[in-house]
Write a protein that binds this ligand. Structure first.
Ligand code: NAP
Length: 246
């Protein structure tokens, strides 16, 4: 069996996922950088990790596809004989008011954000149960707790991620596996980069700490939840949101 812990991060080619991959590699894990389309960005994350003395591997997989996730997770287990950490970070938005929301947009958001989380857990949990050890962290959002006008599909997917997290946490706890969610507020990435300056200013007014967070703020929380010292924490939703959800 491979000596280092093995950590899978979905959607690790950019934004929060990139910061998660750097954090987990920095903590000594062999880090599997999953991406869907952004191969060059994923390669650059790998280069960054290797340049700072870490180990990383790229793996293309569309997490919304069940069979592809089966192949993805089984290949990792076949190559390294273990899977210690799974972070379900891949996510998309298709934001429209409910009257303009097309069925395919709603379905696609649910398919990546919620079903994608189910897909990888389905196969990762099997290996972690055999090991009697594992850490799963799912990326939710504060809008999955409070809702947000114009984001019904996204909020529904993230509320679903929270329900999935708590249920799976109960199922896997007897095997020593922890399952938690992290709920970011507004974080500076390409996802929020599409907001106009005016919208960004209005959002900032609603954040008690008065500013957007950085991907590294989320990575620090995930680093903690996946570490050995967090072994007694499961089924929780940790908000990293500058106080928005208070
Ligand atoms: P981002 O910059 O848009 O990056 C999204 C990542 O997800 C990319 O690496 C992308 O990879 C990957 N991805 C998308 N569809 C995929 C698929 N079908 N299969 C595999 N990977 C896929 O987003 P972000 O802001 O970093 O957000 C990361 C996570 O945090 C998401 O779950 C998001 O909902 C959540 N979040 C973000 C914020 C925020 O303010 N930014 C707030 C709350 C929650 P490719 O480019 O290769 O497709």
């Amino acid at each position: 069996m491979f000596k280092k812990s093995v950590a899978v991060v979905t959607g690790a080619s950019r934004g929060i996922g990139r910061a998660l991959a750097l954090e987990l590699a920095d903590r000594g894990n062999l880090t599997i950088i999953n991406y869907n389309e952004s191969v060059e960005k994923a390669e650059s994350v790998k280069r960054e990790i290797v340049a700072s003395g870490g180990e990383a591997v790229l793996f293309q997989c569309d997490v919304s596809r069940y069979e592809d996730c089966e192949y993805f997770i089984k290949e990792i287990v076949r190559d390294y004989g273990r899977l210690d950490i799974l972070v379900n970070n891949a996510g998309i938005t298709r934001d429209y008011l409910i009257m303009q929301m097309k069925e395919e947009d709603f379905d696609q958001v649910l398919a990546v954000n919620l079903k994608g989380t189910f897909n990888t857990i389905s196969f990762a949990a099997r290996q972690m149960m055999k090991q009697r050890k594992g850490r799963i962290v799912n990326m939710a959002s504060v809008v999955g707790i409070h809702g947000n006008g114009g984001q019904s599909s996204y909020s529904a997917s993230k509320a679903g991620v929270i329900g999935l997290t708590k249920s799976v946490a109960k199922e896997l706890a007897p095997r020593g596996i922890t399952v938690n969610a992290v709920a970011p507020g507004f974080i500076e990435t390409e996802m929020t980069g599409v907001l106009t300056e005016e919208v960004q200013k209005n959002v900032e007014k609603k954040i008690p700490l008065g500013m957007f967070g950085r991907p590294e703020d989320v990575a620090a929380a995930v680093g903690f939840l996946t570490s050995d010292v967090a072994g007694y924490i499961t089924g929780q939703v940790l908000c990293v949101d500058g106080g928005m959800a208070m």
